[in-house]
Design a protein around this ligand. Sequence first.
Ligand SMILES: Cc1cc2nc3c(=O)[nH]c(=O)nc-3n(C[C@H](O)[C@H](O)[C@H](O)COP(=O)(O)OP(=O)(O)OC[C@H]3O[C@@H](n4cnc5c(N)ncnc54)[C@H](O)[C@@H]3O)c2cc1C
Length: 383
Amino acid sequence: MDDVDLLIAGAGPVGCVIAERAATVCGWSSLIVEKRDHVAGNCHDEMHESGVMIHRYGPHYFRTNEKPLLDYLSAFTGWIEGNYRVKASVNGALYPFPINLDTLEQFFGKKLDAESAQTLLTSLASDIPQPANSEEFVLSRVGRQLYEAFYLGYTLKQWGRHPRDLEPSVCGRIPVRFTRDDRYVDAAYQVMPDKGYTAMFSAMIISPRIRTMLKTSFEDVRGKVHPRIATVYCGPLDAYFDGALGNLPWRSLAFDFRTLEQEFAQPCVQINYPNEHDYTRTVEIKHVTRQTCPRTVVSYEYPRAEGDPYYPVPAPAHRALYERYRAMADEETRTKRVYFAGRLATYRYINTDQAIEEALHTFERIREDAAHGDAVGRHARVQ
Ligand SMILES: Cc1cc2nc3c(=O)[nH]c(=O)nc-3n(C[C@H](O)[C@H](O)[C@H](O)COP(=O)(O)OP(=O)(O)OC[C@H]3O[C@@H](n4cnc5c(N)ncnc54)[C@H](O)[C@@H]3O)c2cc1C
């Protein structure tokens, strides 16, 4: 097991991309250890017992603005067009979400165009020049009525905290559109791997230079495998240091997958329930995978305080704690050539395209450091 160039902890998007680049570009060998029983990390998709393809860890809508990134991934998959449409259930009716012109017309019961909609929102918005939290941010943009109908309840369920206790960026990520564009996201490329994410990431690591050990955690091999070039760690940062400074808090989710004997159960892939039920959203991923099948599966998503780490809880104290761990991680890179990459190790919510971008950068850093026989000074400069 010692005879490897890279030891990689985690077979998620980041681990797979780094192993692939190392094998293809440098001819390096990698040992990937993955604690779960599958590859592809949280992007993992699989055939449910009903015969319907599901996303086990929540819906993953692939999108990017970067054509080179799409070209890179195209070596491992074909694509189907993304069909990411979301509605919010409010007062018994379904509204397009994020809020667009159609949402506003339906909600206020009057005809609007871009100009009159902007005038309307300006008249409704609270005058808060520098919003200090998510509540103030949304109030300053759309006013109290829309805030209470679409944002408040969802945020309370999702985070288990009031929007006024969350940073502005938490709700600030959701656009408001003065057009009739009803797509969930704005990115230039919205496509899905035609055979799924697990197939795409599996294709990345088929090289004989890459060995993958499932159901094996980093802790199982730590100190036993001594890679020639570097270790890449994609697990939770605090766990790497045994929680020495305290735990970095994460929000978790529980999923309830229900099979229905009908072709489709809802009009689009995702319905948000800001004000009813314990779950935040229902997801019928068939709209996105475009699988043909006489039955369907709907996933009900319940936010949880405990469980697998899904979303870092955004708060200044948590960021400060992360920075202290980060300093320890930088020292580990400098002295032991351990590189920390991906969402868990950098305590951030990142989309899959951003995770892949980060993996490509991390690989380049490792390569440069290896070329100079020294992780120390170069890493410090790249940071
Ligand atoms: C609910 C949800 C919905 C999302 N929806 C989207 C979306 O619509 N579109 C999008 O682009 N992105 C989405 N994402 C983000 C996407 O999941 C991530 O960007 C991506 O998975 C990050 O890849 P990663 O390799 O950093 O981490 P992960 O995918 O988490 O992979 C890390 C891997 O490391 C393994 N691991 C952890 N610790 C250890 C250890 N000690 N030893 C061995 N293995 C270990 C884990 O089991 C995991 O397989 C979503 C995320 C969540 C939580």
